[in-house]
Design a binder for this molecule. Sequence first.
Ligand code: NIG
Ligand code: FE
Length: 412
Amino acid sequence: MKLLFTNIKELIQVREPSVLKLSGKEMNDLPTIKNAWLLVEDDKISNYGKMDDLSDSSADKTIDLTGKMVLPSWCDSHTHIVYAGNRENEFGERLSGLSYEEIANNGGGILNSAKTLQNTSEDDLYEQSAKRLEEVIKMGTGAVEIKSGYGLTKEAELKMLRVIKKLKHNYELPIKATFLGAHALPLEYKFKQQEYIDFVIEEILPAVAKEKLADYIDIFCEKGYFTVEDTRVLLKAAAKFNLRPKIHVNQFNAIGGVQAGVEYKALSVDHLEEMREEDIESLKDSETMPVALPGCSLFLSIPYTPARMIIDTDLPLALATDFNPGSAPSGNMNLVVSLACIKMKMTPEEAINAATINGAYAMELSEKVGSITKGKLANLIITKEIPSYTYIPYAFGSNPIEAVYINGKLIE
Ligand code: NIG
Ligand code: FE
């Protein structure tokens, strides 16, 4: 099947050859072709060019995109899309003055979601999660990472990961699975943190590896959750199963999680709302992608990741949603791109690069998605008629998308 898009107002993020990631000043360059055509053959991007040079007319179907733009789909490298129920009651409590920490200490937060998930059947969990996945695909996400971490028992963690496996099987976009057994300390392990980490390592991790349920390992390295030492011990154990780290660090406190991540060759270190000079320093010359989650900063009213400091130090940066029931109940990457510009002072070019090719890197998918490159998957966003790509972050909260293609197929 050959599908030809013509009269594209601007074809955005065109890279030949593609890069793996962009750092520092490179992030401010967003290559485009104005008045372009794009040919999709089956599931892949096969060719493109300027309308003036269009000679190939052998397409099975031609779609005129006058006034509209085409981008590679968003690559959302950090989500918790698989969860049960919601926590809008806690949101209400926060609005009346309780803090996220106080709610968690009262048995709310992650433990609240875990209790609900433990009592939800695998089929029901799948249905709830699939609905969210379909929602984010329609909002332009064409590759996504999904974590466990709301199970916190062997059975429930495996249930979550099996749901992710089923989503991988039933949906065409690339999905990566991350095992986040060390997300919070279950009540029955109160004052026995070491025992829980041992349990995760000795009981759950081998079962996850045996069923090949995870691509990556994660831990919430934070005061009141898990220590840097716990992080090192877990990452070391996971390395034996070839699970590379993608970890939650520096959300509320900078305690050395970034360094532990870099030490264990983390693919990404995520959150980074609190960054010290030495945290930035440790990322230099590493293969680790820093990932910012501005939807979480907005929702919890906490600081935004210091994107300017990171990018101006010549580091790369990726953007993701953190879609979860407690700290970021939205999987809208368009809004994330807006927030990055409005609140983190990123340029539209930097934000689009961070949400596409750098997000792809943070899932080891740079060779498949994240740019308009011949041979990459035809996972595409077709915009409505918009004046420029800067309009996407500018018109925050409005939907710039007219249509979405995954593997060359229109999502209805
Ligand atoms: O990435 N920080 C840890 N985990 C999630 C939120 C967990 C929750 O509140 O359910 C996050 O923000
Ligand atoms: Fe998260």
